[in-house]
Design a protein around this ligand. Sequence first.
Ligand SMILES: *Cc1c(COP(=O)(O)O)cnc(C)c1O
Length: 393
Amino acid sequence: MTDKLAWIDEELSNLRKTGFYNAIRTIGSAQGAWLVVDGKKVLNFCSNNYLGLANHPRMVSAAKAAMDKYGVGPGAVRTIAGTMDLHLELEKRMANFKHVESAIVFQSGFSANGATIPALVSKEDIIFSDELNHASIIDGSRLSSAKIVRYKHCDPISLESVIREHQGTYRRGLIITDGVFSMDGDYAPLDKLVDVAEAYDLMLMVDDAHGEGVLGEGGRGIVDHFKLHGRVDVEVGTFSKAFGVMGGVVAGKTNIIEWLRQRGRPFLFSSALTVPDTAACLAAVDILEESTELVDKLWSNAAYFQKEMRALGFDTGLTQTPITPVMLGEVQLAREFSRKLFDEQVFAMSLGFPTVPQGKARIRVMISATHSRSDLDQALESFKKVGEELGVL
Ligand SMILES: *Cc1c(COP(=O)(O)O)cnc(C)c1O
């Protein structure tokens, strides 16, 4: 009898041979500026914990207090018996925070996209999608069965030209873009995309996973950054990045949110966000509404680090946000750089093809409000040392 799973061993060994095998590191501490990674204490530049909320004492105590009252699990999907008053409170608070009519909470940003896109478009419809959109947008778009047409990254002129090309061939159209693009740290020209959406009567959706809690006044996101309130139909966000927890959110007009409560499949067929997650998200909204201190600290850390890196002679690419790519070119160099940084107690990930285009390998440095000035200085020192050793500087 042949081994019907032999193909998996072959595929895995191919991945190892070609260098695409993902070796996953183990974290042995709470999230923060410093982490224990594979047993070693290192400075952390890999997390999306932009504001340090993942281990914030107020978040932890809110989660504990909620568990004392409600337990841990939701027990059901939202539409049967899983909607707790905590979920409704979080939805109300998020709508308020983002200055929109309504909001709906999902189990993750990934499932928010899987819920939203197929609820808005189907077979007779079309999606205009930025070519660098996140995997969860791509998967949500495929699930919808709508025709998917890509436009050039952050390019409203390319968008307009593909729209013209397909005019008259569809029932409804939806433009989708990431807010912040996590590989380069650039963000969508949302003001221009809104103009195109309005000119051609298309729905517009932004997935602001890396902008929520980062961009806009006090972290209210990319729509707030551009002051486009009421002109972007669907704002998807996540609670897993700057908010430091887990969960997804969609914000927009009441009729869209109502529709998602009726037709968002992960809302109907996957259990509700857990009690501690929901309570911690509520605490995050409290913290963000009380003060812009953490968001301000994030941006001042990023400005300092990026300025000093450029002064050393590094190329920080296209970034407009705290995501700091350090452009190195070849993937072998980026990997070697990351390994040497790790030896220096600096944990920063290398990214290469196919995650980023060929020849555009890089180290990606994720700056956080939790980094102290001396943490950043230590990292700068290590980047300088490794950069000189490897002939980058
Ligand atoms: C991280 C990310 C997601 C997934 O969010 P989760 O809450 O972690 O599932 C979705 N979209 C974009 C653009 C992201 O960056």
